[in-house]
Design a protein around this ligand. Sequence first.
Ligand code: ADP
Length: 668
Amino acid sequence: MTKQHDPAIASQSDISKRSLMRAWLWALPLLLSLGFVLGVLLWARNNEAEERALQRQTMISDALSTEAQLRAKLDDEIGHLRELAARLQGQKPSTESLAAQPELNAGLRRLWLSVTWLDQRNRIQAQLPAESEGQRAIEEDGLSLHLTAPVGKDGTEGMLVVRYAPALLLKRGVPWWLSHKYDIQMVDSADQVIASSTEGSVRLAQGPRPSYRVSFPGPLRTSPLAESALTDAALELTLRDPPSISTRPLALVLIAGFLPLIAGASWLLRRQVRHITRAESAWRTEAAWRRAMEDSALVGLRARDADGRLLYVNRTFCDMVGFSAESLVGLRPPMPYWPPDALEELTARNRLNLAGHAPREGFEARWRHADGRTLEVKVFESPLVDAAGKQIGWMGSIIDITNAKRLEEGERRQIEAMSHNARLTMLGEVASTLAHELNQPLTAIASYNAGITNSLAKLGVSDAAVLGALQRLGQQAAQAGRIVQRIRQFLTRREPQREACDLQQVLTDAVALLGRELRRAQVQVDLQLAAELPPLFADAVLIEQVVINLVRNAADALQARPQDRRIIICSSRSAGSAISDVDFLRIDVSDNGPGLAGRSAEALCAPFYSTKREGMGMGLAICRSIIEAHQGLLEVGESSSGGARFSFSLPLQQPAGEAGNSGESKHD
Ligand code: ADP
């Protein structure tokens, strides 16, 4: 068997997939933000490396330029020294001749600490300034270095030695902005600091700082005699304040601020998404409920706009009128389910409804199903309002009352037939009673008439007028007797039409017939029927009349009670007695009304006895004659709740010799 693809199931799974996706949608911004943060960090790292490389390049070029400047400065000083040596050539080495040279003073002002004139055997010939001053200058400026220049051709006249402080050289030879930017040091091959641009050589101990070293060969000598002692000195530039790589902390700060923000925003978003998802699922459930309710409702629903155009119809409505929703929605009156012969009436009714004059308690209408059968409906109109509370049309609830109407009609006919029967029975009873009551006086009149006629004959009265009158009197009395007899024969009570019947069914039908009346009178009837009673050989219509009469009487008596009005109808089978071995079916109708106040069955069943304002007083009399016509017995008594109890028993067995529809009247 191939597996069928169910679109409903597919769409359901689509919906759940979409809901799942939506439930996790909140995480997307968070993921994007984390990606963004990662990107920023990578960029910052990259940027930092680039910045470091740039910094290093700058430092290298600064170091090279510093080295070049210092070298130029020294070369310059050597130039000046050589010039001084040239001027001293041929002069007698003395302090005076040295002091007379303007270059000397200019040199001292610039960089020189002292100038010493040595002879060929390196003995000091002259020295300026004096030893003590030179010493002080050395103490002030730290370690000193020397520059030398030969005096005379190839140093024949000695050698000029200039002492200078490398610290001073750094101070004066390095542009201020470089010494601002770097700690510049001159170090020897043993990493000993010879001079430093920072006063007192205070090294800022803030961790490793970027530095760069260039060799500074040539003119560095601590002693004029050790020509090559320090030729491999170096110049070291150390960045003073390594500019913190600007992007990194900023990026970190931004990220540190950004991450909690985005986490908070994601949390809020998640909450919102969950809220929406929950609301959506609730809305979906509600919509499904509503649809299920609308479709399963027994009430037809239709929504119309203010012009009467159909906006919506539910399934029950469609089933009711036999048209599909598609063919109905959008239609304006006259509707296809209006019977052609009632168009005018329904159009007028519709106009009233749309004007807001539909009766609140609903109205009945006759419609026509698509298959042509007539529908009886009850319509309730109520305003249709939109979400803003504005009325946009009318909502109609329609109940199909065709069956109810049919039942009602049947019930009405049955009640009519029943009361017709009851009237006939009563008339028969009245006629019987009258005939019975009038028969005696009429017989008496005839007897007296005959007596008087005989007495007059004995007395010899032969007055023709008197005898004629008496004769007519006798004839009239006989005529009256005949008339009464004829009326009695004509209106004689219906004889029981006996046949096997189900007593339980008779009781149920009787109560059902009185249903409406009993509800109106707010009387509760409790049927306590014995299980499986044998069939009864009786006239079901007459027995039903008896039960109806007894229940009606009880309901009338119960009106004396303000509430809790109850009637109990019991059916049972009672075994035969010593006199008769025939079994009986017994019916008890008890109420919790005021009771019978000790009145006997005889009194209550007497014809024309009634305590009701409009009572005829024939009900119980008829009941008794019907029961007795069935060889039964009617009894009265007190119910367990203090009210009245009317009971009747009917023999189960068909009386011997009685065939089918024969009966016997009590009154003849
Ligand atoms: P009607 O109902 O016309 O009065 P009935 O012969 O049916 O005539 O009843 C006769 C009278 O019996 C009633 O008027 C009423 O006083 C009394 N009666 C009948 N049934 C009851 C009952 N269940 N409880 C109290 N009184 C009753």
